[in-house]
Design a protein around this ligand. Structure first.
Ligand code: ATP
Length: 909
C-alpha cells in the first residue's frame, strides 16, 4: 500500500470538510513526508562563482604573462598585478553572488500557493507545504498542488494535458464515500499535481505529494521566475563580443608597434594584455543583470512581482495600459445601495461590511420583508452565494475565496468570500435574513459556479418541504434573457416587452450612478431530478429584482491615471461590468474623456479586427466583455503599433495576458493559470502598482543607459590614450600596472552605483521609449564617442605637456594617470542625466556613487603619494603646476559642454 492510501484510510471526509488538518498534524506529516516539491532546486555554489572570475580568457592570459614577467625579474610588479586581479575577482564574485541570492529570493516569492482547509479555516499556503491528508479547495484557474481524491465537486473540469497530452479538459466526479471513509479512488475521482482546473470547484483530500505524485514520476517542471535573458542582455552580450574583437586588434597593434620601436617585449606584451583587460567591458552583462535584479527588488517593494525578466525592459515602452475595473481601478469593497423588486425601489444605508443599516423608501424607513419581491431578492442574493460571515453563521460548508476581511465595527465578525457576494450577504443580514436561517430552510444540492463568460451563477436548493429550486444571480442583461416571467406586486406574470423596458430603465438608472447591478431570479424545478450540465437549469426563470452596489474608485488610481497621461501612456478600462457603470467610473477616474467611445462585448462580436482597429484609437472603455474579446483587443492594439500592458485574473484571461507585451496578473484574485501566463504579478491587485512598475521599468532602462555610457566612454578613453601615444611615437603613456589600477578604481563600483541612481524627476513626463530604439538611440553613441575622445586627448595632453616642459617620463605618466582617473570621475556625474549638464545635476542624491567616487580618489592618491606604492606603481608626487594642468585639462570639456548645452531635450507629448 502506498503512503497515499494509508493516509487516506485515516481521512474522514465529514470532519475534513470543516476541519481539515490541524497545524500540529500538518507539521508532523511534513516531517514524515517532506516538502511537496519535485526535485531539489539546483543552487550554484559560491565556489563555482568565485572560480568563474578567473576563467575569463583575458584574465588567464594576463596571469600567465605576469607570472612570466615575475620570473624574468620584476617580481613586485607581478605580485601587484596578481593582487589587483584577485581584488577584481573578489569584486566580481560579490556582485555575482548578490545577484544570484536576489534572484533566488525572487524565485521563492514567485512559488505557487494553494488553498487548503486547516483548523476549520480556508487558508492559502505555499504549495510546497502541502501534506498527505490536507484538504485542497480547488477553483477554476487553480494549478493543482498535489495528487488528491475529490470528495466534493461541482462541475469540476481539469486540463490534464501536462500528464496525458490530451488537450480537452476532463470532467471529474466526487468519489463515493463508504462508511465515511475514503477507501478507493480512480482517475475520474482524482486530480493530479501540476494539472489545471479549467472550470467548476471542488474539495479533495491529498494522497500523494512531491516525488510520490504522478508528476514526480515523469517531470521536473518547476513554476518559477523564468530566467530568459532580456533582449537588451542578448544585444549587449553581442556588442561586448564586437568591442572585445576591436580592443584586441588595437591592443595587438599597440604591443607590436611598441616592440618594433624597441620597447621590452614582455613589457609591451603586458601593456597590451592589461589594456585589453581594462578596455574590454567584460563586466557589462553582469552589471546589467545586477541593475535588473536590484530593479526587480525595488519593484517588489512597490508590490509588483516580476516573473519574466524581459518584462522589465518592455515596461518602459508601454504605450497603453488595459486594466480590469473591479479591484484594480476600484476598491472591490462593495456595499448594496439600492434594491428594486415588484415595482418598489429602496435605498439601503450603512457602510462596508457592517451589518448595521436600514432600508428607506424616499427618505422614510421601510420594512424590506413586507414586500414579497424585495424579500425574495435578498434571499436569492444570500443563498446564491459562497461568502461566509462567521458571527452570523459559523458552520456553513460553503467557503469563499481566499481573501478574508475583518469588519472594523464588528471585530468578532470574520468574513470570507467574493466582495460582490459579501455585499449581498450583508444586505440580507441588514433585513434580518441570515445564512443560519436560510440554511435551516434550504439544503444546497448543487452549484453552477460563476464564470465571466456566462456572467451569472446558480445554486440548486431543496426546501424543507421537498421542493427543489434554482436560484440565479448575475449581470441583469444576462439574467433577463434567461427569464420568461417576472415577479410583480400582483403576482407572477409573463415578462413582456414593457416589463423588460422597465427593468432596463431601472438598471440603467443605477448603472449611471456608477453602481454595479446584479439581477436576481429563480424557478421551481418540476421534477425531482436534474442535471447540472443541462442548459435548461438556467432557462425559463422568474425575474425577481435588481440590487445596485457601490464600489468606489481607488483614490491612488486617480493619481496613477494622471501619471499615465503625462507619461504618454493611454489608460483603457476593460471590464465585464455594464457599459453605463463602467463609463461612470471611468469618468470619475479620468480614463474616459469627452469624445471617447465606449464599446461593448456585443458590439465587438459584430466587428472584425480591421473594423476594431479603425475605432480602437478613440475607445477608452470596453464594457461587458468576455475574455475572448480581451484577446481581440490586445491583438488589434499591437497591430496598431502599441506596446500593450494587459491585466487579467480569471482562468479565461490567460490567453490575452500571454498575448500582451506585458501580461499582468492579480496577486490576490488572480488564478494560477493567469499568473503563470503573466510576466508580472500585482501583489495588491492595484492599478497604481502597475503604473509604479512602469516608472521603475523606465528608471532601470535609463540607469542601464547611464552606466553603459560611462563604461564605454571611459574604456574608449583608455584605449585612445595608449593607441595615440604609441602612434605619436611617444613613450608608453601608462604602465600596465597603472592601467589595471585605473580599471580597478574607476570601472566597477562607480558603474554599479550609477545603476542605483534615483529616478530623474521628469521620468514620467516623457513619452514612452520607441520599440525600435536601441540602447544607443537619441544621441547616446555620439555622447560616448565624443567623451571617450576627450578623455583620451586630455590624458595625452597632460602627458605630452609634462614630458615637453619637464622632460620627466615618470611625472608625465603620473599626470596622465591622474587625468585619466579625474576625467572619468567627473564623467560619472555627467552620466546621471542626458538632459542636464554637470552643473545642473544633484550630486548627493546617490550616496553610493559619491562613496564609490571618494573610494576611487583615495585609491588613486595613495599610489601617487604613499612612498611604498610610488615605488610599486612607478609614480612621482605631483606638484602644484602639474595639478593645475591636470585640473585644467579635465575641466575644459565639461565647462564647454555646459556652456553650449550638450543635453538632448526630450520631447514632451
Ligand atoms: P472586471 O472589471 O475586473 O472585469 P467584473 O467583476 O466587472 O470585473 P466579471 O467578473 O467578468 O467582471 O463580472 C461580470 C459581471 O458578472 C458583473 O458585472 C456582474 O454583473 C456579474 N457577476 C460578477 N460576480 C458575480 C458573482 N459572483 N455571481 C454572479 N454574477 C456575478
Amino acid at each position: 500500500m502506498s503512503i497515499a492510501e494509508s493516509e487516506l484510510n485515516f481521512a474522514k471526509p465529514d470532519n475534513m470538510l470543516t476541519i481539515g488538518l490541524t497545524d500540529n498534524e500538518a507539521k508532523k506529516k511534513l516531517q514524515k513526508h517532506g516538502l511537496n516539491i519535485l526535485a531539489e532546486r539546483k543552487k550554484i555554489s559560491p565556489l563555482k562563482i568565485l572560480f568563474r572570475q578567473f576563467t575569463d580568457v583575458m584574465i588567464v592570459i594576463l596571469l600567465m604573462a605576469t607570472v612570466i614577467s615575475g620570473f624574468m625579474g620584476d617580481t613586485t610588479e607581478a605580485v601587484t598585478i596578481i593582487a589587483i586581479v584577485i581584488v577584481n575577482a573578489i569584486l566580481g564574485f560579490v556582485q555575482e553572488f548578490r545577484t544570484e541570492k536576489t534572484m533566488e529570493a525572487l524565485k521563492s516569492l514567485a512559488a505557487p500557493y494553494a488553498k487548503v482547509i486547516r483548523n476549520e479555516l480556508q487558508i492559502s499556503i505555499p504549495a510546497e507545504e502541502i501534506v498527505p491528508g490536507d484538504v485542497l479547495v480547488i477553483e477554476a484557474g487553480d494549478r493543482i498542488a498535489a495528487d488528491a481524491a475529490v470528495f466534493e465537486c461541482s462541475s469540476l473540469s481539469v486540463d490534464e494535458s501536462l500528464l496525458t497530452g490530451e488537450s480537452v479538459p476532463v470532467e471529474k466526479h466526487s468519489l463515493k464515500v463508504k462508511n465515511s471513509y475514503i477507501n478507493s479512488y480512480d482517475k475520474k475521482t482524482s486530480v493530479y499535481m501540476g494539472t489545471v482546473a479549467t472550470g467548476g470547484r471542488a474539495k479533495a483530500v491529498v494522497y500523494a505529494t512531491g516525488m510520490s505524485t504522478e508528476m514526480g514520476n515523469i517531470a521536473d517542471m518547476i513554476q518559477n521566475i523564468e530566467e530568459d535573458e532580456t533582449p537588451l542582455q542578448r544585444r549587449l552580450a553581442h556588442l561586448g563580443k564586437i568591442i572585445a574583437i576591436g580592443c584586441l586588434a588595437i591592443c595587438t597593434i599597440v604591443s607590436i608597434t611598441g616592440i618594433l620601436r624597441g620597447e621590452k617585449l614582455l613589457t609591451m606584451l603586458l601593456a597590451g594584455i592589461s589594456l585589453a583587460v581594462a578596455a574590454i567591458p567584460e563586466g557589462l552583462p553582469a552589471i546589467v543583470t545586477i541593475s535588473l535584479a536590484l530593479g526587480v527588488q525595488r519593484m517588489l517593494k512597490r508590490n509588483a512581482l516580476i516573473r519574466k525578466l524581459p518584462a522589465v525592459e518592455t515596461l518602459g515602452c508601454a504605450s497603453i495600459i488595459c486594466s480590469d475595473k473591479t479591484g484594480t481601478l476600484t476598491e472591490n469593497k462593495m456595499t448594496v445601495r439600492k434594491i428594486y423588486a415588484s415595482g418598489c425601489e429602496l435605498d439601503v444605508t450603512g457602510n462596508g461590511y457592517n451589518t448595521e443599516g436600514s432600508f428607506l423608501m424616499g427618505n422614510k424607513p421601510a420594512d424590506p420583508i413586507k414586500t414579497e419581491g424585495i424579500k425574495m431578492a435578498l434571499e436569492i442574493g444570500a443563498m446564491c452565494n459562497n461568502s461566509v460571515i462567521s458571527s452570523l453563521q459559523s458552520n456553513n460548508p460553503a467557503m469563499g475565496k481566499i481573501k478574508s476581511l475583518f469588519s472594523k465595527q464588528q471585530p468578532d465578525t470574520k468574513i470570507t468570500g467574493d466582495p460582490t457576494e459579501i455585499a449581498l450577504t450583508i444586505a440580507a443580514a441588514k433585513a434580518g435574513i441570515t445564512q443560519g436561517h436560510l440554511n435551516s430552510c434550504y439544503k444546497r444540492l448543487d452549484e453552477l459556479p460563476f464564470d465571466s463568460d456566462r456572467k451569472c451563477m446558480s445554486v440548486i436548493c431543496k426546501k424543507s418541504s421537498g421542493e427543489i429550486f434554482v436560484f440565479t444571480k448575475g449581470a441583469p442583461d444576462m439574467i433577463i434573457d434567461k427569464c420568461s416571467r417576472i415577479m410583480t406586486s400582483k403576482g407572477i406574470i409573463n415578462l413582456d416587452a414593457g416589463a423588460r423596458r422597465t427593468v432596463t430603465r431601472i438598471n440603467d438608472g443605477m448603472a449611471n450612478k456608477a453602481l454595479r447591478v446584479m439581477g436576481l431570479a429563480y424557478k421551481r424545478l418540476e421534477t425531482g431530478t436534474y442535471r447540472t450540465e443541462s442548459k435548461n437549469i438556467e432557462k425559463d426563470l422568474i425575474f425577481v429584482g435588481l440590487m445596485g452596489m457601490i464600489d468606489p474608485p481607488r483614490r491612488e488610481a486617480v493619481v496613477a491615471v494622471q501619471k499615465c497621461r503625462l507619461a504618454g501612456i493611454k489608460p483603457v478600462m476593460i471590464t465585464g461590468d455594464h457599459k453605463l457603470t463602467a463609463a461612470a467610473i471611468a469618468k470619475e477616474l479620468n480614463i474616459y474623456c469627452d469624445g471617447d467611445k465606449v464599446l461593448t462585448g456585443a458590439e465587438l462580436d459584430r466587428m472584425n479586427e480591421e473594423q476594431l482597429s479603425e475605432v480602437a484609437g478613440s475607445v477608452s472603455v470596453y464594457a461587458r466583455v468576455s475574455p475572448k474579446h480581451k484577446l481581440m483587443i490586445v491583438r488589434v492594439l499591437k497591430k496598431l503599433g502599441h506596446i500593450v500592458a494587459m491585466t487579467g485574473d480569471g482562468v479565461n484571461d490567460a490567453p490575452a495576458v500571454k498575448e500582451a507585451d506585458i501580461g499582468v496578473s492579480m496577486g490576490i484574485t488572480g488564478t494560477d493559470v493567469t499568473k503563470e501566463a503573466s510576466s508580472m504579478v500585482l501583489l495588491d491587485d492595484n492599478f497604481a502598482t502597475l503604473v509604479a512598475a512602469v516608472e521603475e521599468g523606465r528608471v532601470i532602462y535609463n540607469n542601464i543607459r547611464k552606466f553603459i555610457r560611462y563604461m564605454l566612454a571611459c574604456n574608449l578613453g583608455e584605449v585612445l590614450t595608449m593607441f595615440l601615444g604609441i602612434l605619436m611615437m611617444l613613450p608608453m603613456p601608462l604602465l600596465p600596472i597603472q592601467i589595471l589600477w585605473v580599471n580597478l578604481a574607476t570601472d566597477g563600483l562607480p558603474a554599479i552605483a550609477l545603476g542605483l541612481d534615483p529616478p530623474e524627476k521628469d521620468i514620467m513626463m516623457r513619452p514612452p521609449r520607441g520599440t525600435k530604439d536601441n540602447i544607443f538611440s537619441h544621441g547616446l553613441l555620439k555622447l560616448i564617442v565624443s567623451r571617450g575622445v576627450f578623455i583620451g586627448l586630455s590624458t595625452l595632453g597632460v602627458f605630452v605637456s609634462i614630458l615637453y616642459f619637464l622632460n620627466n617620463v615618470e611625472l608625465a605618466r603620473t599626470g596622465a594617470f591622474m587625468t585619466l582617473v579625474i576625467t572619468q570621475l567627473i564623467h560619472v556625474f555627467e552620466c546621471k542625466s542626458e538632459t542636464k549638464n554637470i552643473f545642473e545635476i544633484s550630486f548627493f542624491d546617490n550616496m553610493p556613487l559619491v562613496m564609490s567616487v571618494l573610494c576611487s580618489v583615495v585609491m588613486i592618491l595613495a599610489v601617487v603619494y604613499v612612498p611604498v606604492l610610488q615605488g610599486v606603481f612607478e609614480t612621482a608626487a605631483l606638484g602644484m603646476s602639474e595639478w593645475f594642468l591636470i585640473i585644467g585639462f579635465s575641466l575644459i570639456v565639461p565647462i564647454l559642454s555646459s556652456m553650449i548645452g550638450t543635453g538632448r531635450k526630450i520631447k514632451r507629448q
